[in-house]
Design a protein around this ligand. Structure first.
Ligand code: UDX
Length: 437
């Protein structure tokens, strides 16, 4: 099929490359010419494992092209909207200006029988509004909503073999045709057994908000348990193992630590609360405010634990933060709990050095005041405390014996509960986990 993808960020660039991998002819469009020229040269403007290799492969086939001109979408049968929906400044609600702008600019490129497919995470009701707009401006095309569930760090795999496909389509003949067109787009994954659900617009939009709310709730639940474990002298990692053995609960997303961040979970639960309020259903989601509060409390707690770890005062203490991306295998620092903790420690008088395998330049763009050190050994030298805040593999496998001679004081805070306390304590370190005695 001939496909256009509007928006070449974390979602769109991966989607475009994966669609080309599935055999489609793809044009990927973005207003940012710098991104387009990087991608056209086979370089990704963000870190995503497997993406550069995939770009290289599909660019060579000639099936993938990048453009900064929306008119190049003309000739495609299916158009995916993959632009961002950030949180509005000073509000909980999502900012739909990029979705609206992309949608409007696409209209002139549409041809009869085309399908416009929204993938961005939007407040429920957006698809119906855009469908009305389409009916007025170009009734020969149809709108579908097909939310994306990819995780950063696994984006290529999640796009090529998703665990489910959700199509939000209109009722009647248009809906049937839209379903057939999407089935053709996703024939590859469906052939490998990916399940697909066909629903109405509102349900499709809500599936995404509900899924992210559930994941956020699961993480905040275990972090709340970590608070209780701290108070009671229990171990939240063993507690998570034990409750996770119950199939109904499951062990995934029960890792207590410094909490969730990133470009999705925090802003999506806030946008969901804001939208529920507009719909008069705010009471249904008041629990998400608690989920958000528990999550933000983690950051304050880690600052306090660090203060205790270095003897009661942060003033002038040399603190090294290991990992600043919101999670490993990503260079994304949007709403990163690690970066927020690093900044807070610095504001409270500590001398903070941050290191990370991929996220330093993004972090520096957000908080230029911190010291950023790409060299691991230079970063840890003479530290009064090391803080593992993002669980990159290289930090999980650190050797307490090797590090001992480099630091000033053998203090380690394990913000993701990924180190073995027995091993670190045996090597003479003061080990501090989260919700672990
Ligand atoms: C998330 C959803 O998982 C994905 O389905 C959706 O499409 C986009 O949002 P992503 O933002 O890539 O994906 O990250 P995810 O893997 O969900 O992690 C989110 C945050 O939760 C990270 O900061 C991570 O460190 C944290 N987390 C995750 C925990 O603190 N504990 C856990 O047990 C799991």
């Amino acid at each position: 099929m001939r496909i256009s993808v509007i928006g070449c960020g974390y979602l769109g660039a991966v989607h475009a490359a994966c669609m080309a991998k599935l055999g489609h002819e793809v044009v990927a469009i973005d207003v940012d010419e710098r991104k387009i020229s990087e991608l056209q040269a086979g370089r990704s403007h963000f870190f995503e494992p497997g993406l550069p290799e995939l770009l290289h492969e599909v660019l060579q086939t000639g099936r993938l092209k990048f453009s900064s001109n929306i008119a190049d979408a003309r000739g495609s049968q299916v158009h995916f909207l993959c632009v961002g929906t950030p949180q509005r400044k000073g509000e909980y609600a999502a900012d739909l200006k990029y979705v609206d702008a992309a949608f409007s600019s696409l209209i002139d490129a549409l041809e009869a029988g085309n399908l416009v497919v929204g993938k961005s995470t939007v407040p429920v009701g957006t698809a119906a509004r855009l469908a009305d707009d389409l009916l007025e401006r170009f009734p020969e095309a149809t709108l579908a909503w097909n939310p994306e569930f990819l995780r950063e760090g696994f984006a290529v795999k999640d796009t090529l073999s998703p665990d489910r496909l959700v199509y939000g389509v209109p009722s009647g003949e248009d809906g049937h045709r839209a379903t057939e067109q999407l089935d053709e787009v996703y024939a590859g994954p469906m052939g490998l057994g990916t399940r697909r659900l066909v629903v109405d617009y509102a349900t499709a939009e809500l599936v995404k908000s509900a899924a992210n709310s559930f994941l956020a709730t699961k993480i905040s639940f275990i972090n709340a348990m970590a608070e209780v474990c701290d108070a009671a002298g229990a171990d939240v990692t063993l507690l998570a193992d034990a409750i996770g053995m119950d199939d109904r609960i499951g062990r995934k997303f029960l890792n207590a630590g410094i909490g969730f961040g990133g470009g999705c979970l925090p802003k999506d639960i806030r946008a969901f609360m804001a939208r529920a309020g507009e719909l008069g259903a705010d009471q249904a989601l008041t629990f998400l405010r608690e989920v958000d509060d528990i999550n933000l409390r983690r950051r304050i707690r880690v600052v306090e634990l660090t203060r205790q770890l270095v003897g009661g005062s942060l003033l002038g203490k040399r603190i090294t933060v290991l990992g600043v991306a919101f999670k490993p295998n990503s260079d994304d620092v949007r709403d990163s709990p690690a970066l927020s903790i690093a900044a807070q420690l610095q504001l409270q008088g500590a001398d903070v050095t941050v290191t990370d395998p991929e996220a330093l330049s993004n972090a520096k763009g957000r908080f230029p005041e911190l010291t950023y050190e790409p060299d691991f050994n230079a970063a840890v030298t003479k530290a009064n405390a090391l803080l593992v805040l993002t669980e990159w593999d290289q930090y999980r496998s650190l050797s307490p014996a090797d590090l001992a001679s480099q630091v000033t004081s053998k203090n380690i805070l394990d913000g993701r509960n990924v180190l073995d306390p027995v091993q670190w304590r045996a090597a003479g370190w003061t080990y501090q986990g989260i919700g672990r005695p």
